[in-house]
Design a protein around this ligand. Sequence first.
Ligand code: TXA
Ligand code: MG
Length: 352
Amino acid sequence: MLSAAGTSDARAAVRCAAEILQAGGVVAFPTETVYGLGADARDAAAVKKIFKAKKRPGDNPLIVHVSALAQVESLVREIPPRGELLARHFWPGPLTLVLPKSDLLPAETTAGLNSVAVRVPAHPLALLLLETAALPVAAPSANLSGSPSPTTADHVLADLAGRIDAVLDGGACEVGVESTVLSLLTSPPALLRPGGVTLAQLCAVLGEEVADLSSGAASYEGTPPSPGMKYRHYAPHARLLLVEAGTELEQRIATLAAAMQHKGVTPGLLLTTETAAAFTDFSPLEVLGSQQDPEAVARQLYGAMRRLDSMEIDVIIAEGLPAEDIGLALMNRLRKAASCIYPAPEQNDDKG
Ligand code: TXA
Ligand code: MG
C-alpha cells in the first residue's frame, strides 16, 4: 500500500504509482467516487492486466481518466458542443462522457466498441497521478468483478491483494457511488448510469431533456446501450432483499426479518437513521445516514454492504430511498444488487 498521508509522502507515493503505470503495471487509486484500478489506456497488455486482476468480462469497456479536457482531444474523433459545455460545468467531477473514439486506444480498452468513455476525476491524488504519469489511465472500479465498489484502500486490498502492483491510499471516497455515465453519441443524450452528477443537473446545464436508459436495465436481452448494464453489479455475497421506500416501512421490514428468522435464515439490516430507530435491539444493523442527507447514505453504502458481508448472515434486508437526485444512483445500485425487490404498497395497488 502506498500511503499518501502527508504532503511530501503524497508526492513520493504518487511518483511511485506513476512509475508503475508508465512501466505497464496496474495501480489502484482514489477518485472522488470510488477507487479505480488504473493502467495505461494506450497499452493493450497493461489493460489486459486490469481485466485479469478484476476477473472482469472482456466485453465490458473501461472508463479512460485524464487530467483535463485538452487531454481528451487525442482520444476521440470529436468533442461535440454538448461535450464542451458539460466538461466545463462538471469536470473535474463525477461525470463520464461517452464519445466517438479515435484510433489511439486499443480495442481492449473499449472492448471493441467504436466509442470511449472519458472523465476527469476530482480527487486531488487522482489528478496529481494523472499529471505525473502524463498518460490516459483506463480504470474501472478497483473491486473483483461483481462485488461492491471499493471506497477505501482496505476495500481494494480485501478484493485484490496479490493481484495488483500497488494501491495509492487516499482515505475514504467523498461521493461513494460511481460516476454518472452519459452518452453523447445520440440526440438527445442518453443517461446510461446515474451517479454523482444528477439528471436534473445535466438537464439544467444542457437546457434539454436527457433520455434515461439506466432504469429497468438490470437484465438485458440483446445489445444494451452500455455493456455494463447486462451484468449483475455491486452485489454483496449475502443475498440482498430490497424493501422499497413507502408507507409502513418499519412494519414491512420487521415482518420480512421475522419471516426470515422463522425459516432459519439470518438477516442483517441496512437502514437509514430514521428507520434504524425502530430496530435498536436488532443485530447486525448497519446505519447508512439520514433520509434527509442521501449524499451521506451514498457515501456509506458500499462500506456498509462489505461490513455486513463479513458477518455471519445469510441475507441483507436493505431499505430503499426515493429514486430522485443522488437517490436515483443509490436505487440503481441497490436494485441491481438485489435478489428480490419488495415493492412499496402503493406500487402493489397499481398492479391490482
Ligand atoms: O466513478 C467511476 O466511474 C469509477 C471511477 C474509478 O472512475 N469507475 C467505474 O468504472 O465505475 P466501471 O468500469 O466500474 O464502470 C464503467 C461503466 C460500465 O458500466 C461500462 O459498461 C460503461 O461504463 N462504459 C464504459 N465505456 C463505455 C462505452 N464506450 N459505451 C457505453 N458504456 C461504457
Ligand atoms: Mg465497476
